[in-house]
Design a protein around this ligand. Structure first.
Ligand SMILES: Cc1ncc(COP(=O)(O)O)c(C=O)c1O
Length: 336
């Protein structure tokens, strides 16, 4: 493997904690790797990807960083702050929710509040317009170039081979931290595929036979299998990584509930009960769906999970702050 240049912006290694009460109930060893603790405003899984992506941006002399995502994108917020910390100008293309308002939430909440505080230039688009996101970001980059700026474009979720290197490294870190009781599977929420692909490649590279299991929060199994395979090919070519074995990367798409960024009552109840039982805060858009899937596989004795699964907590707390209306009815006394 050849190691690309990276910056040090994530607080790593992140700790691994046991969800002891749940472990007991399920009769397995369930551990959580706390990648929600990679920082504060710069936190979650995206920061590991940005260490590599922004190192390239700096090498190329970038003045601006352009990326895209949903209006409450954790990736966009992390990119905006990482760029700001390097003296680069963040430019975000944000997708407004289907059939809802087409402007920014007023007052700004969650990730949007932080995007604005980072001074990001925000371009909004509808879900239809977002289908052409790569072309739209290329246009924004052309406009900036015509003004003498040097833009660096990061694809949705930072999900290309270079970004995935952040999770190749996270897998190595995880394997080193669990030498005494190696994982039998590694589970992660999957929204654009880069974290899953990086984990699968990294586990293989570290000689760990556990599969990386991606719980899709949008799109379907074939979509993410195709994305992961594409990232794997690119990583082989660019960084001389071994491809993962066919059963080393599993995508499960049946835990999306009502769809992307929509919650079911059961998911929100699980979010609350997990907080009370294990002291873990999961977010409604990504991690609760993956966690729900993990618990369901554990209860049904799915052999792909094994008895020592490790869940990657990828963050999302700021997105949850924008979901207070959904969560308030569950909270009882004191809620509006
Ligand atoms: C909190 C959280 N978890 C998981 C993911 C999914 O990661 P990936 O886009 O690499 O599939 C994201 C991505 O947006 C995220 O914000």
């Amino acid at each position: 493997m050849t190691r690309p240049k990276k910056l040090k912006i994530a607080q790593t290694p992140t700790p691994i904690v046991e969800a002891s009460r749940l472990s007991q109930e399920l009769g397995i060893l369930l551990r959580v790797k706390r990648d929600d603790l990679t920082g504060s405003h710069l936190s979650g899984n995206k920061v590991r990807k940005l260490e590599y992506l922004l190192a390239e941006a700096v090498t190329l002399g970038a003045t601006h960083v352009i990326t895209c995502g949903g209006v409450q994108s954790n990736h966009c917020r992390a990119t905006a702050w990482a760029a700001r910390g390097l003296g680069l100008e963040p430019v975000l293309l944000l997708r407004t929710p289907l059939g809802e308002r087409t402007d920014l939430p007023q007052p700004p909440t969650g990730n949007v509040l932080l995007d604005l505080l980072a001074g990001a230039t925000i371009h909004l688009c509808t879900p239809d317009g977002y289908r052409e996101r790569d072309a739209r970001m290329a246009e924004l980059a052309d406009e900036l170039r015509s003004q003498g700026a040097v833009p660096y474009v990061i694809p949705e979720g930072g999900s290309n081979a270079l970004g995935a290197m952040g999770y190749v490294e996270a897998a190595r870190e995880l394997v080193e931290q669990t030498r005494e009781r190696p994982p039998t599977s590694v589970i992660v929420a999957t929204g654009s595929g880069g974290t899953l692909a990086g984990l699968a490649l990294g586990l293989r590279e570290a000689g760990c036979p556990a599969p990386a299991i991606g719980m899709a929060v949008c799109d379907d199994q074939v979509t993410f299998e195709t994305i992961a395979a594409r990232i794997s090919d690119e990583a082989q070519e660019r960084f001389d990584l071994k491809p993962y074995e066919p059963d080393g990367c599993v995508v499960i798409d049946r835990y999306q509930g009502r769809g992307y960024a929509l919650s079911t009552h059961e998911e929100l109840e699980l979010l609350k009960s997990t907080a009370l039982r294990d002291g873990l805060i999961l977010d409604p858009v990504y991690t609760i769906k993956a966690w729900n899937g993990l618990l369901d596989l554990a209860r049904s004795g799915d052999p792909r999970l094994g008895d020592r699964p490790v869940f990657i907590h990828t963050g999302g707390l700021f997105g949850m702050m924008a979901a207070s209306q959904q969560l308030a009815p569950l909270l009882g006394q004191g809620a509006p």
